[in-house]
Design a protein around this ligand. Structure first.
Ligand code: TNX
Length: 535
């Protein structure tokens, strides 16, 4: 595993006694939909425990290997993975279902749907008894989600990098779980400060623990261009090179091969990459590299400050669309996921007519290369196909355009800046971050509902939630983590767990248990005073 996870706990160092504290079956973030503890049915992972995965499924096998890799360092056990035997079983819908509904005892699962399985790819059913652990899911993504739950159900010592003496007890009972919203995302801004592919991989590892399933990469902005594009080499040679990023302190870019490898790494963890090429504004870096992309063809100066709203592509020039088509074609070809984010935000240097002309030219281009458009909610000022996904980021209580798009059939990603923005300061004393959308400590990040946030945008219009992390003030992966944790778990729970389970007191106590886990993983976090952190 890449980078910083071993820094705080050198290989083999013993962790403290509380790290072996037993867990309750519901002590998980996001809290599972249905939890039925059975205190008489705890299971202890031992020397001889093996992992059995769904017969004939390479994807299930990989999830089994992933689980084994998580458990081996701290337990010191071999934990072999195979299809024959094993007290921990990861099975797919249909495997060994004697009675045809997947339940030995025929009891109801608490959900409508008939066959007893949570619907959707990410749902799972987890049973822990003295004899072992059985996970059942309709798809490998559900097995992967269940593995994240299992990890959190083990004592915090499980996240230590070397062998720990102690009992690896899983609390007995049954969990039936599935996500409320299909899309639970994080955005990382690579333009204002570049982070390497290894750093992004490490970040993905820390996000998937909270069942995050989309990573939106903000690849281009005024201060830098971070993805290599065939035929336009100066985009990255110049605008990904030395002196780019805010204060010139964030150089670098992803090669096509590096991006492809990153996308595959994410996919193995059931994370879809959503690439963003911001347009028609936020394009100074592209214009520095190619002056023909400005209205008058005159070169512009490199910008490393944090102003917004001053650059624009020329809506009236054909060169603009030739450039955009090359970029869209390339990004679409490199990205297996369904989405391509076209930005569309803060286009103050584009007239309303030009903005409309521009977006109306770009929408069919994205469709031509087989992708579904995502764009910041300003895009809703233009008539959109119902497949387009607006991403609402404002602080305002209402937004007519987003409501209109929802009424027209679009699904919306909710990222209200006063709740979901990971680049806002926690408190006035936070050294990192901005504060234009207010201060966001953990309760502020937790205390809202995506289906209640905007008039006209209800439960059925919400695709999900995303927590954007802009990088103007960030300089390292530790800075990224410090802004992400512990707020991201709040957004993740809002996106995954049923609305009826939302409870701040419950959440803050469950969150408290992550201090030793993050310390064991070497993950920097902000020790918010709102949380009664465990030792
Ligand atoms: C607004 S939110 C922006 C970004 C900045 C961010 C800083 C949005 C769509 N645009 O350009 O980085 O504020 O918080």
């Amino acid at each position: 595993m890449p980078t910083d996870r071993r820094s705080k706990n050198p290989e083999g160092a013993a962790v403290s006694e509380p790290a072996f504290q037993r867990r309750g079956l519901g002590d998980v973030i996001p809290v599972p939909a249905d939890v039925r503890p059975d205190p008489a049915a705890d299971f202890t992972i031992g020397e001889g425990t093996a992992i059995r995965t769904a017969p004939g499924s390479a994807a299930a096998r990989r999830v089994g290997e992933h689980l084994a890799a998580l458990l081996r360092p701290a337990t010191g056990y071999a934990l072999p993975v195979g299809e024959e035997t094993g007290a921990i079983a990861l099975l797919l819908d249909g495997d060994g279902r004697a009675d045809g509904n997947g339940y030995a005892d025929g009891d109801p699962d608490g959900f409508a749907g008939g066959d007893g399985f949570p619907d959707g790819d990410e749902g799972y059913r987890l049973e822990i008894s003295a004899a072992g652990v059985t996970v059942r899911a309709a798809a490998p993504a559900g097995l992967f989600a269940a593995v994240q739950t299992l990890r959190q159900l083990l004592p915090a010592a499980i996240d230590a990098p070397g062998p720990q003496p102690g009992d690896w007890v899983l609390p007995g009972g049954r969990i039936v779980d599935r996500p409320r919203f299909a899309y639970r995302g994080v955005m990382l801004d690579l333009a204002r400060h570049f982070f390497t592919a290894d750093e992004i991989k490490s970040y993905i590892d820390s996000l998937v623990q909270f069942k995050i399933n989309h990573l939106h990469l903000h690849l281009t902005d005024d201060q830098g261009w971070r993805l290599e594009i065939d035929g336009w080499p100066r985009l990255t040679e110049v605008s990904g090179g030395a002196g780019t990023g805010v204060d010139g302190a964030g150089p670098g870019y992803l090669t096509r091969a590096g991006y492809t490898d990153l996308v595959a790494y994410a996919a193995e963890r059931f994370v879809t990459i959503v690439p963003e090429i911001d347009m028609p504004g936020h394009v100074n870096a592209a214009q520095v590299a190619y002056p023909e992309l400005t209205a008058d063809g005159v070169a512009v100066a490199v910008r490393t400050d944090i102003e917004v709203g001053y650059s624009s592509l020329a809506a009236g020039k054909e060169e603009t669309y030739a450039f955009i088509e090359d970029v869209v074609r390339e990004v679409a070809a490199l990205t297996p996921g369904p989405y391509l984010h076209i930005g569309g935000d803060e286009a103050q240097a584009t007239t309303a007519d030009d903005y409309r002309t521009f977006i109306q030219r770009v929408l069919p281009l994205v469709a031509k290369y087989g992708k579904r458009v995502v764009g910041w909610h300003e895009m809703t000022g233009v008539e959109l196909p119902e497949t387009a996904v607006p991403q609402f980021w404002a602080v305002a209580a209402t937004d007519e355009g987003t409501a209109r798009a929802a009424a027209n059939g679009s699904k919306v990603i909710m990222s209200p800046a006063d709740r979901a923005y990971l680049d806002m300061k926690y408190t006035a004393a936070s050294p990192l971050g901005l504060d234009w959308a207010g201060l966001i400590d953990v309760e502020q990040a937790y205390g809202w509902d995506p289906a209640d946030r905007l008039p006209g945008v209800g439960e059925e219009h919400v695709l999900g939630v995303e927590a954007p992390l802009w990088s103007e003030t960030l300089r390292s992966l530790a800075d990224v983590r410090t802004m992400t944790f512990p707020r991201l778990p709040a957004v993740a729970e809002i996106g995954w767990s049923p609305r009826a389970t939302h409870d701040w007191q419950s959440f803050r106590h469950r969150l408290a248990a992550f201090a030793p886990r993050w310390r064991n993983q070497g993950i920097a976090f902000h020790p918010s005073s709102e949380i009664p952190w465990a030792e």
